[in-house]
Design a protein around this ligand. Structure first.
Ligand SMILES: [Zn+2]
Length: 119
């Protein structure tokens, strides 16, 4: 589907589904309607998928020697880039993850910049 043209970080996660409202309630006891990637993508793509398995770009997930999985502080820095060449027709949903309660996004959420070019 894609060809990687440039990749500054080379760290991704394919294990975790999109964050969702229930995750914030369970792990962080945030009972408010916390913004989340599942709702962001479903809303903007006009879909109602119950679960989405994304490519979590720059997410630093570690598999530990005891078999546990931990999410660590990102290795990415401001300005790091992932450049992909799309090789077929695709429909892509993108969400800047709103987890500020853990190491996932370095405990603070920042904007992402997405550029789509037609060649
Ligand atoms: Zn998220």
């Amino acid at each position: 589907m894609f060809e990687v043209i440039e990749d500054d970080v080379k760290e991704y996660d394919l294990l975790h589904p999109c964050c969702r409202k229930e995750m914030y309630e369970f792990f962080y006891h945030n009972e408010e309607n916390h913004s989340n990637c599942l709702d962001n993508i479903n809303t903007n793509m006009r879909e109602e998928r119950p679960i989405i398995h994304p490519l979590n770009v720059f997410m630093n997930t570690q598999i530990n020697s005891d078999g546990s999985i931990s999410v660590e502080k990102p290795l990415s820095r401001a300005g790091d880039r992932l450049v992909l060449k799309v090789l077929m027709n695709v429909r892509i949903g993108i969400s800047a993850c709103s987890v500020s309660e853990s190491k996932c996004n370095g405990e603070k959420c920042t904007a992402i910049k997405v550029i789509v070019e037609d060649s």
